[in-house]
Design a protein around this ligand. Structure first.
Ligand SMILES: C[S@@+](CC[C@H](N)C(=O)[O-])C[C@H]1O[C@@H](n2cnc3c(N)ncnc32)[C@H](O)[C@@H]1O
Length: 357
């Protein structure tokens, strides 16, 4: 048992089994023992690699996307340029470098970062010294906003429900004293009634996931965009629900691991239900575009020409690396279609780049 698993076992001895959302929250964000409290998770030496860490092209194209939205908004100055879960700060650093091509954009931007991991905050401070940090989206300023979230929503806690002979039950995490191990149990919690009616005929043992914090945060963001003006770009791995399927996963040192094994030492995440996010934004009075596959999105933003340009100016092995990075970001078999992009913006802004042919 990891120290965090021992902490959870003590908690369960008092409170009984915990929801998967509570388990994820403790495992990821416990202030001393949680995964995000201590790890340097991203990069070859960490547990996983993200798009901005694969290639500068990703952040650069998204920087130009932001500058275009800023122009569409009437070039507000100042405006809040927000990133949720900025990791090593690479995406925003690359975006700002490219954004310099549009006069006035970088000068007008006030950087606001939402981050819980102190180790990552320190890395972000090196690359983005002028930023202001926040622990939650509710702390963001009342201002015209352009917001980015790459692989952020997948890190927020989900609950899982399973179809049984007697209807939907919730999956909970329990500690079994005899074996001293964590295990999943089922209980007909009140939240089990939240499974959408359209899934009533799902086969026995089907699993449905609900990401309440992701929905609540997106709703808050969409309300702010509707009220103060602006646009958001969400990129993540996910699907268009409502759907059944189990997507909660643990990753340690670039390999999948057991979700209940070694909590606090593995990254936990779940695929994002883009339809649930779309409904939250709709209800908040914002306009939604997409989702479209990441490959299609980046191609529409011009990644093919950018890769050709970088490869032409590189040494032969550098050019091969650029082509392989381009493939990784855009190929169907890599990140091109499982990863998706969705834009949320104030009603009436022009069509955002990447969402139409
Ligand atoms: C998978 S990483 C993605 C990092 C970065 N966006 C990238 O693409 O490289 C998730 C990021 O979200 C942060 N994070 C996770 N849960 C969070 C939460 N509840 N509140 C704020 N930040 C969180 C992590 O510390 C990390 O920076």
């Amino acid at each position: 048992m990891t120290p965090l698993a021992e902490h959870l076992a003590r908690l369960m001895a008092i409170e009984g089994p915990l929801t998967i959302a509570r388990y994820m929250t403790e495992a990821l964000t416990h202030p001393r023992l949680g995964y995000y409290a201590r790890a340097q998770p991203i990069g070859a030496g960490g547990d996983f690699v993200t798009s901005p860490e694969i290639s500068q092209m990703f952040g650069e194209l998204i920087g130009l996307w932001c500058a275009d939205r800023w122009q569409a908004m009437g070039q507000p100055s100042p405006f809040a340029l927000v990133e949720l879960g900025p990791g090593r700060g690479t995406l925003l650093a690359d975006a700002l470098r490219a954004g310099r091509l549009v006069p006035g954009f970088v000068e007008a931007a006030r950087l606001h970062l939402v981050e819980v991991n102190p180790a990552l905050r320190a890395l972000q401070r090196e690359k983005l010294p002028a930023a202001e940090w926040h622990a939650h989206v509710s702390e963001l300023p009342d201002a015209a906003t352009i917001l980015l979230a790459n692989e952020y929503f997948d890190a927020l806690p989900i609950r899982q429900f399973q179809k049984t002979d007697s209807g939907w039950h919730e999956r909970l995490v329990d500690h079994e004293p005899e074996t001293d191990r964590l295990r999943l149990v089922l209980a007909p919690t009140p939240a089990s009634r939240l499974v959408p009616e359209v899934l009533a005929q799902a086969p026995l043992h089907s699993v449905h996931e609900i990401a309440a914090p992701a929905i609540a945060q997106l709703r808050l963001i969409a309300e702010r965009l509707a009220a103060f003006g602006g646009a958001a770009l969400v990129v993540d791995y996910g699907y268009v629900g409502p759907a059944t399927g189990e997507t909660l996963q643990a990753v340690r040192r670039h390999a999948f691991a057991d979700v209940l094994d070694r909590p606090g030492e593995s990254d936990l995440s779940a695929h994002v239900d883009f339809d649930a996010l779309r409904r939250a934004a709709d209800e908040a009075g914002a306009e939604v575009h997409g989702p479209v596959g990441q490959g299609e999105f980046l191609r529409r933003l011009g990644i093919d020409a950018r890769a050709d340009g970088l490869a032409r100016n590189a040494a032969p092995d550098g050019a091969a690396a650029i082509r392989s990075q381009h493939r990784r970001l855009t190929a169907e078999s890599a990140m091109g279609s499982l990863f998706k992009a969705m834009a949320i913006q104030r009603k009436g802004l022009s069509m955002p780049a990447g969402f139409s042919a």
